[in-house]
Design a binder for this molecule. Structure first.
Ligand code: F6R
Length: 614
């Protein structure tokens, strides 16, 4: 979603600001803009709908030499994606500019109040009120101090925000504030930096300052960063984080797109995650931070997540219930937050979130915390809000996932959920040590099994032809692979814009079968497992209606091959492992269909990498 970068120091601001926006492109956006403190002491800016590359071109037509500025990529919430609604927003006198991520819930009443005092609004956004509130504070009690003005402004706001502001009345200072939307800063000899996403600071520092909710920061041209609490008192020891950047992680490294790169990175990511997780037959998951007694007492687990991460949650439910015999509810966070949930002192909440910033998932975790449950996060992003607010965190260590469409985080999260299920089962005595070790050894085969599937990418590429001109597609699977079907359909629709629906195979005859007609494409996930024969019957039903069936099947299953149009083969592997392996074919399939339909696989329309609004 929206992205923020800001700089003040001794170098030119524009190169960092534009590069930073490019780094944040993956979050999803529809317009972009930049505002700097110009050499004559006034503010100067450029903004436009479309790609950052269009903004770069526009910037070249203006004199934007400056050592202090703010920039933004906007993902429209309030107001259409237009030049006027793009950030930065300025005050009436043009002496204040702000960029904002989040939602100002009381913006209507603030806007009316400000208009009644003579302020003129130029956009339809909720964010613009912040510029006018800062302007008023600068004219009054906060004269000449943009940080204090922003502090006073944020006292009037309800909702969530990460804000960066500059003012011609406080030249060289960048003021920042955070509540509910992430913001990280860097203090360096060459200047002070801020970004809504840690990746924009790669190559700048390995030591970032993280603002907590309610905090503000002053970025000084000397490179110093001072953090304040909501009352304006200096915070002596702000929260910091050391990052071990892998410089190649956020570059394409020879791949055509990040989706291709991230699909290929899956075996290595899983190897990293599994390292050191089993010793002497025991699962190591100290991050859970619960005593053996606390684990034994868990009476119920809520697994809460969104989108792809929710599909991991569906599997987590099966594994935890099946192995640890603890009742599990897996639910979409956006629904969960409005439910009357049953929580005792022994209830555990597991949140699964690649970005660690998904607003609904965070809201669900906060709700569970407030109700007295412990919250355990499975996430990818170091220092993310989910990680900071949870009682325990398991980092999946998949490296930056840049493509909006989640691939490597999905499989790594599945492996993480499996480790959690094994630990719970071992600790509460429902799985013997030998069995735990056996299951772990199965898990350790996943990277090599994935490599085999990746070597067979041509099979998914060939199957893609059946979908390119289809109006719609159906994905079916049973048992653990009903989640694989859901994830396969989600991948296809989000990157190729081809409508796709997933159904538990046995449910197909209760409705979706009416869709089938000659050449309608159906993907059946039919490995050789305990429900294979039932799924084969469903394939027969598909074929009897003249539909085109493409299967993901186990090597050597010639019966399936003789039934269907095409097969994407997976090596023989245990039932619980199949979802981690089979999905690679479906990721590759979605990518090839999208490329054939001329879609930008890394930045699908309307989507955001991290969904920071509820
Ligand atoms: C799909 C996708 C989304 C995310 C969802 C949750 O490819 O990426 O469905 O899975 O927005 O995001 P996180 O995991 O960051 O909470």
């Amino acid at each position: 979603m929206c992205g923020i970068v800001a700089y003040t120091g001794s170098s030119q601001a524009i190169p960092f600001l534009l590069d930073g926006l490019k780094t944040l492109e993956y979050r999803g956006y529809d317009s972009a803009g930049v505002e700097v403190l110009a050499q004559d002491g006034s503010l100067a800016g450029v903004k436009c709908v479309g790609r950052v590359s269009a903004l770069v071109e526009k910037c070249q037509t203006r004199d934007l030499r400056s050592t202090c500025g703010i920039a933004h990529t906007r993902w429209a919430t309030h107001g259409a994606p237009t030049d006027r609604n793009a950030h930065p927003h300025t005050s009436c006198d043009g002496r204040v500019a702000i960029v904002h991520n989040g939602i100002i819930e009381n913006y209507r009443s603030l806007r009316e109040e400000l208009q009644a005092r003579g302020h003129e609004f130029r956009s339809e956004t909720d964010s613009e009120v912040i510029a006018h509130l800062v302007e008023e504070a600068l004219r009054g009690p906060a004269a000449g101090d943009v940080v204090e003005a922003l502090r006073r402004a944020t006292r009037r706001l309800e909702g969530s925000w990460a804000v960066a502001a500059i003012s011609a009345d406080d030249p060289g200072t960048v003021a920042c504030a955070r509540k509910g939307s992430p913001l990280v800063l860097a203090a360096t000899d060459g200047g002070a930096y801020a970004a809504s996403d840690i990746t924009a600071l790669a190559g700048i520092t390995s030591h970032v300052i993280q603002l907590d909710d309610g905090q503000l920061a002053r970025m000084d041209p000397s490179g110093a960063v001072t953090v304040y609490d909501a009352s304006g008192s200096e915070v002596a020891k702000p929260d910091t984080l050391d990052i071990d950047w892998d410089a190649s992680a956020a570059t394409l490294g020879g791949y055509d797109d990040f989706m291709a790169k991230e699909i290929a990175e899956q075996p290595a990511a899983i190897e990293r995650l599994l390292r050191g997780r089993l010793s002497d037959g025991r699962i190591n998951l100290d991050e859970l931070d619960l005593t053996d007694d606390e684990i034994a007492a868990i009476d119920r687990i809520y697994v809460v997540a969104c989108g792809t991460s929710l599909h991991v949650g569906l599997l987590a439910r099966r594994f935890i219930e099946g192995w640890a015999r603890i009742p599990v509810v897996a639910e979409a966070a956006s629904e969960f937050i409005y439910e009357d949930v049953l929580v005792t002192d022994h209830t555990l909440c597991v949140i699964i979130t690649q970005s660690g910033e998904t607003a609904d998932t965070l809201a669900a975790a906060r709700k569970m915390h407030a109700a007295g449950a412990k919250v355990f996060a499975i996430t990818n992003v170091l220092g993310s809000t989910a990680a900071r607010e949870s009682d325990g965190v398991l980092y999946i260590q998949a490296g930056p996932e840049v493509s909006v469409c989640s691939t490597k985080a999905y499989t790594a999260q599945m492996v993480a959920a499996t480790i959690l299920a094994l630990l719970l089962a071992q600790k509460n005595g429902h799985m013997a040590t030998g069995e735990v070790a056996r299951r772990f050894r199965e898990l350790a085969r996943v990277p090599d099994l994935m490599r085999v599937v990746l070597d067979r990418s041509w099979q998914a590429k060939a199957a893609a032809r059946e979908f390119v001109h289809a109006p719609s597609a159906l994905f079916i699977g049973r048992g653990v692979n009903s989640a694989t079907a859901s994830e396969g359909a989600l991948k296809l629709k989000e990157v190729s814009y081809l409508h796709a629906e997933a159904y538990a195979a046995g449910e197909m005859k209760h409705g979706p079968i009416a869709l089938l007609e000659p050449s309608f494409p159906v993907v059946a996930i039919v490995p050789r497992d305990s429900v294979r024969d039932k799924t084969v019957s469903n394939i027969q039903e598909v074929i009897a209606r003249g539909a085109t069936c493409v299967a993901v099947a186990t090597d050597g299953d010639e019966d399936v091959a003789s039934l269907v149009e095409r097969v994407m083969w997976i090596p023989d592997c245990p039932e619980n492992i199949v979802p981690m392996v089979a999905i690679l074919h479906l990721q590759v399939l979605a990518r090839y269909v999208a490329l054939a339909r001329g879609c930008d696989v890394d930045k699908p329309r309307n989507l955001a990498k991290s969904v920071t609004v509820e």
